[in-house]
Design a protein around this ligand. Structure first.
Ligand code: MG
Length: 348
């Protein structure tokens, strides 16, 4: 379907580990002052002076987190970087460096890894990230990618999940549910393709949601926007597992409750129309989907005038006393308890 038809296949054994790393990292340029030494020594050396440092890591395993039958390697490399940057931004920090480690079976030729690193390098360029290290090893079966991201934030500006207070506004960036519906479309086309390998699906009417699944963007721009607006959220988290489980994380760690308004949840028209086509409730998708990598935050009421009317930020509810509990207020004004149904790779 989206398979790379590149005919050239250079076996990994032709290069060997050291030349492979050299080959895959030769494009790298370093742009941060905090990077003293990048790839090419026993360890990278970084100097952050007086900033607070955030460190986050993610492991992506073929067959568990991604499916190469519809995920092009270039997109996979890009997404592997995005999921880590997103966690840095969720701390209100700017990501600055990453390390990338991969385990790969010999069914992948050198050209496949060039594709993967092409996506990684594109992400680094666009988000101003220095790739400063990593490791490459062999795997007996699939592909495994581990990315570690490092970021910095001025002391006092770091934002945790635990800082929300009753009466704070619950705010989300962008729109949600797209990545999950994009996955539904791709899964359906994969089944069609199995039956008829010559099918050429027209996916143009799903372009936005497929892009949300295959090529998500971490919201660096939102962290920059908040700084410009002079707003420091009281708590923040990125939406990797769906709105409901992220809300529960904030409520539990901040010891507060929440009233979330169904009619305020921002949905793209393509999410709404695809939900209708698949006969799935769009609110369920927003609550339990995942992988949107938007930022969910709580903001003090006094900061409301600063964010009011901003097209990137939507108020979807407000925090309450813990005893009030966590509720979704439906369009019919019913109060429904919010429960976690976030996607969990361990239970799949
Ligand atoms: Mg996260």
């Amino acid at each position: 379907m989206l398979e790379d038809k590149n005919p050239q296949r250079t076996p990994l054994s032709e290069l060997g580990e050291f030349r492979l790393i050299e080959h895959l990292t030769e494009q790298i340029t370093l742009s941060h002052k905090s990077t003293i030494k990048g790839v090419g020594d026993d360890a990278a050396v970084l100097n952050f002076k007086s900033s607070r440092i955030v460190v986050t890591t993610d492991l992506l395993v073929e067959g568990i987190h991604f499916d190469l039958s519809y995920m092009p390697l270039k997109h996979l490399g890009y997404k592997a970087v995005m999921v880590n940057l997103s966690d840095c931004y969720a701390m209100n920090a700017m990501a600055t460096q990453i390390t990338v480690s991969i385990a790969v079976s010999n069914r992948f030729p050198v050209e496949a890894l060039e594709e993967l690193y092409g996506g990684i390098n594109t992400a680094c360029k666009l988000y101003n990230i220095d790739l400063v290290g990593g490791d490459t090893t062999s795997s007996t079966s699939g592909l495994i990618i581990s990315v570690t991201a490092i970021g910095e934030v001025k002391e006092g500006n770091e934002v945790f999940r635990s800082g929300a207070n009753p009466n704070d506004l619950l705010v989300v960036s962008g729109d949600i549910g797209g990545a999950y519906m994009g996955l539904q479309v791709l899964e359906r086309e994969k089944e069609v393709f199995k039956v008829n390998p010559n099918s050429q699906p027209d996916l143009s009417m799903y372009s936005y949601i497929i892009e949300r699944q295959l090529k998500p963007e971490a919201r660096k721009d939102i962290v920059e926007l908040l700084e410009k607006l002079e707003v420091i959220p009281t708590s923040m988290i990125d939406i990797s597992d769906g709105l409901s489980s992220e809300i529960i994380h904030i409520c539990k760690q901040s010891k507060v409750g929440v009233d979330l308004y169904e009619n305020k949840i921002p949905l793209d028209p393509q999410v709404i129309s695809t939900c209708e086509e698949f006969d799935i409730d769009s609110t369920t998708v927003a609550l339990n989907g995942g992988e949107d990598y938007e930022l969910l935050m709580t903001i003090s009421q006094k900061d409301y005038p600063k964010i009011k009317g901003n097209p990137n930020l939507t108020v979807i509810g407000y925090m309450t006393e813990k005893e009030t509990g966590m509720h979704l207020i439906t369009r019919a004004e019913q109060r429904i308890p919010i429960i976690a149904k976030g996607w969990n790779s361990l239970s799949d």
